[in-house]
Write a protein that binds this ligand. Structure first.
Ligand SMILES: [Cu+2]
Length: 399
């Protein structure tokens, strides 16, 4: 900082060293005389510098204040109710956390909840896979008894899983039945985004196609600004592109989409909406597998002992990465970043970045309850945990 540098300079000049004892009187006088001129000039300079620096400091203070004001204005503009009809995006919670909150009968509701089927659907037959996405505004449940007014592709968050084969043509139609513009951005596509991913007005639709040339697991999501709000509100899903060359056999294939929820209110009895302030500060109230916190704890995924279970993990974010880990075992194969050309062996935890994916095999011989988690454990606290029940065992698991 300038003030610190200035202070150091002044101290340096005003504290001459005592090494001039041996110099002649004349020399000292000359030096003294020279120094006198020097000090006078320096004093003048400093005299001028102080007010200038003072002014700069005041100006910087005002600039910072203005910048903050501008930033706040921008946030308000982005998150104003008028910009997002039907949404309260004013950050009205004051960043108060509603984590873990639910109605008194939350446990009963958790048991009654119908968990999203995580099983990978069969691959679309024929050379062309037709995908029809319909955007609807819909109130969904994101945790036991916790309601949220979402923007959902085809009625679900995440959207229904799409499964195609490498080389297949994907013919996509998005119809917007919401009240504001939306779009769809497929990470599996190599396509001009300004053409294919453009906004669709309410009541309108868009059609585009691409060849799924890249194998792997991919996110798709609404790309309309502010993208943070559109993803946080539920506009995402997973497309699995099965490699042309068959993978090693798996007995079970499960798709897990990781995502965060940022709530304007507890979500009961009235549904919550998006708190844009929390989303911007990455302070979620809930984090989930397939859109609903803890759903596979009460309704575990299943496998028989010795079976190979393949997890297709897609991280929809909008902002958190996922450190994928299965408690009690090691990932036998890890196609990190869903690069299906090669896998790593015997990995304890694999990173799935926001907007990315990974494919992981486990083969568990010993019956038991094996939690699959985001090993960034704050997310487990907020609901991103599920169970793999190997061998249909009874009981529960604490984490
Ligand atoms: Cu959208």
């Amino acid at each position: 900082m300038t003030p610190t540098l200035e202070r150091e300079n002044v101290n340096g000049k005003t504290q001459p060293s005592g090494e001039d004892h041996d110099a002649s009187r004349k020399a000292r006088q000359d030096a003294s005389s020279d120094n006198g001129g020097y000090w006078a000039a320096l004093a003048l300079l400093l005299g001028l510098l102080v007010p200038v620096l003072g002014f700069v400091a005041i100006w910087m203070g005002f600039s910072a204040h203005d910048a903050r004001k501008d930033a706040n204005k921008a946030v308000k503009a982005v998150s104003s109710g008028s910009a997002m009809p039907g949404m309260d995006m004013s950050g009205g919670s004051g960043l108060q956390s509603f984590a873990g909150q639910g109605p008194a009968n939350a446990d009963t509701l958790a048991k009654k909840h119908v968990a999203m089927n995580a099983t990978l659907p069969p691959v679309a037959s024929g050379p062309v896979a037709r995908v029809e996405l319909v955007l609807v505004d819909k109130t969904i449940e994101i945790a036991p008894g916790v309601k949220y007014t979402a923007w959902a592709f085809s009625g679900g968050v995440p959207a229904p899983f799409i499964h195609v084969r490498q080389g297949q043509k994907v013919e996509l139609t998005l119809t917007n039945k919401g009240v504001i513009p939306h779009s769809v951005d497929f990470h599996a596509a190599r396509i001009a985004p300004n053409v294919a991913f453009k906004d669709v007005q309410p009541g309108g639709s868009i059609h585009y196609s691409f060849i799924a040339n890249d194998a792997g697991a991919f996110m798709f999501h609404c790309g309309t600004k502010p993208v943070l709000a559109h993803i946080a509100n539920g506009m995402y899903g997973a497309i699995i592109v099965e490699p042309r060359r068959p993978l090693p056999h798996a007995d079970k294939n499960y798709v897990l989409v990781a995502s965060e929820w940022y709530l304007s209110s507890p979500g009961f009895p009235k549904p919550a909406t998006l708190d844009m302030g929390k989303a911007q500060r990455q302070q979620p109230d809930w984090v989930s597998w397939n859109g609903y916190a803890g759903q596979y704890v009460t309704h575990p995924l299943t496998a028989d002992p010795g079976e190979t279970v393949r997890f297709w993990v897609v991280d929809a974010g909008p902002s958190f990465d996922t450190a994928f880990h299965v408690v009690g075992t090691i990932l036998n194969r890890a196609w990190v970043n869903a690069d299906m050309t090669q896998f790593q062996r015997n990995v304890q935890t694999a990173l799935v970045p926001a907007g990315g994916a990974g494919v992981f095999d486990v083969k568990i011989d010993q019956p038991g309850l094996y939690p699959f988690v985001n090993h960034s454990f704050a997310s487990v606290d907020l609901g991103q945990v599920g169970l793999l029940n190997v061998g249909n065992v009874k009981g529960t698991m604490s984490h």
